[in-house]
Design a protein around this ligand. Structure first.
Ligand SMILES: Cc1cc2nc3c(=O)[nH]c(=O)nc-3n(C[C@H](O)[C@H](O)[C@H](O)COP(=O)(O)O)c2cc1C
Length: 166
């Protein structure tokens, strides 16, 4: 198996906050969740559930609850990553979230990670979705066919690498 495509996906993915008015098929969403569920997870607990939102009204309610996620109302889909309150829920949920971003990009879909964990609006969003006690909202992912091509500044390898010692 060649990993060149994956390397390209990792290098080219950027956060997308402007979307085309175009539906994402349920088959495509299933494929993205299939990639999310295969993320590494401490003790293989797989403590996650992925809530898929397509209804405009719910997208609007969730977007209004956030601070820096107002653009979610114009996304085609939102995936809410919930994890049971286990020791490594945050790491597990973040690994699954990254898989969602990369799989989406590979399928031609733009995405943006919107903060969940630690945000005061977690309880508001959990209430909107009807989430039972004991589940943590790790992240909110906006998805849609991209209508922008941003290029935020990135540190170079030389700026971040240390060999053998600090
Ligand atoms: C934990 C986390 C929380 C984030 N929360 C938000 C957010 O609330 N709103 C937003 O627009 N972007 C959010 N982002 C996306 C970052 O702003 C983005 O990844 C960063 O600017 C780098 O750009 P890139 O994803 O295009 O490489 C979040 C990213 C992470 C990892």
């Amino acid at each position: 198996m060649s990993n060149n495509n994956l390397i390209e996906v990792i290098k080219k993915r950027r956060s997308i906050r402007l979307f085309q008015n175009k539906e994402i098929s349920n088959q495509t969403i299933n494929e993205i969740i299939d990639c999310a569920r295969l993320a590494p997870t401490a003790r293989n607990l797989q403590p996650w559930k992925f809530v898929v939102i397509k209804k405009n009204e719910t997208l609007r309610k969730i977007s209004e609850a956030t601070d820096y996620g107002k653009f979610l109302k114009d996304a085609a889909v939102c995936i809410l990553v919930f994890c049971e309150d286990t020791k490594y829920y945050l790491e597990d949920g973040c690994a699954a979230t990254e898989n969602i971003l990369l799989a989406s990009y590979a399928l031609g879909i733009g995405s943006c990670w919107i903060a969940g964990d630690k945000k005061p609006y977690v309880s508001v969003i959990s209430e909107i979705i009807g989430v039972p006690e004991g589940w943590k909202l790790v992240s909110i992912v906006a998805l849609g066919y991209p209508a922008e091509n941003p290029s935020p500044p990135k540190k170079t390898v030389e700026q971040v690498i240390k060999w053998e010692h600090w």
